[in-house]
Ligand binder design. Structure first.
Ligand SMILES: Nc1ncnc2c1ncn2[C@@H]1O[C@H](COP(=O)(O)OP(=O)(O)OP(=O)(O)O)[C@@H](O)[C@H]1O
Length: 276
């Protein structure tokens, strides 16, 4: 069971409030070693990760681990580097330093499609479904590349059980669905690839409160089914409340990490991200 000692201040940008949190690890990149030790054989391990847009450093020495069957939340303000971190993990953005290890394999320079084949699936922000195609066809496309065609229909049935609204809308063009329904379809389509790690970028963005609740309920259900998830959210409260672990990123650096619920009660997080 996690204790308050898990919560780690990761960089020198600490405030007095943050200093109140136990500084339990002190690797050169901050959170890395202490957390890696706490998560045995993590599914994903990011060390000292850097990424640039031209000369601008968007990620600076990021350390982050995701344990198997864990839900890990990454929170931070606009422009902090959350999307860039997911893009770098999935390979659409190049790492300029550091390493990314997935299930024991160093994937830092691997092509994005090879990462997908290893089981890494990125659901980007903006609910990118194939609008003119039906809901059912979107799901079939999610299984593209799989060889076990005989069980694809079973998986679609599983998605309909998980997201009943998609069964009701199965024959409709995906573009006619509401924002929340499209988000569920985007997640379901990703699951059709049978990923081992789901990278979710801002699934609640732009949704009405009721739909946000539905999407978060779906994420909790996935976690209960042992899916491993790295969730990026501006809705810090909702994300940390359901997360096993949380990380806070500021201007490309991880500044805090710890048990999700503990971070919810961290003064720095409450002031900066929860408006409390
Ligand atoms: N294509 C790009 N070209 C240049 N700079 C970029 C590009 N994309 C992002 N950036 C910059 O990189 C930094 C990190 O951006 P990123 O989108 O990763 O942040 P974020 O935390 O996901 O923010 P948001 O919540 O607004 O999406 C920001 O300073 C941003 O301006």
């Amino acid at each position: 069971m996690s204790t308050a000692r898990d919560t780690t201040v990761a960089t020198g940008t600490t405030t007095a409030a943050a200093m109140a949190v136990t500084t339990s690890s002190a690797s050169p990149h901050g959170a890395g070693d202490g957390i890696a030790a706490a998560v045995e054989a993590p599914l994903l391990s990011v060390r000292g990760l850097g990424s640039h847009y031209g000369r601008i450093a968007a990620l600076r020495g990021v350390d982050l681990v995701v344990g198997r069957r864990q839900l890990v939340a990454l929170v931070g303000a606009n422009g902090a580097g959350k999307t860039t971190l997911l893009r770098t993990i999935s390979g659409v953005q190049r790492a300029t330093s550091g390493s990314i290890v997935f299930d024991g394999n160093d994937i830092t320079t691997l092509r994005p499609d090879r990462r997908v084949r290893l089981g890494l699936c990125h659901v980007p922000e903006g609910r990118r479904v194939f609008g003119p195609l039906s809901v059912a066809d979107n799901l079939v496309l999610g299984a593209y590349g799989r060889r076990d065609h005989d069980v694809v229909a079973d998986d679609i049935e599983r998605m309909y059980r998980m997201f009943p609204i998609l069964r009701q809308r199965a024959r409709l063009p995906a573009g006619t669905l509401s924002g929340g329904q499209q988000q569920m379809l985007a997640i379901a389509r990703a699951l059709m690839g049978r990923p081992r790690l789901l990278l979710l970028d801002e699934p609640s963005m732009g949704l009405a409160p009721r739909l946000v609740e539905e999407v978060f309920a779906a994420i909790v259900a996935l976690r209960a089914q042992a899916m491993t998830i790295l969730l990026v959210e501006q809705n810090a409260h909702a994300a940390l409340a359901i997360a096993d672990r949380g990380y806070v990123i500021e201007t490309g650096e991880i500044v805090l990490s710890g048990n999700g619920k503990e971070l919810l009660y961290n003064e720095r997080v409450r002031e900066a991200y929860l408006g409390l």
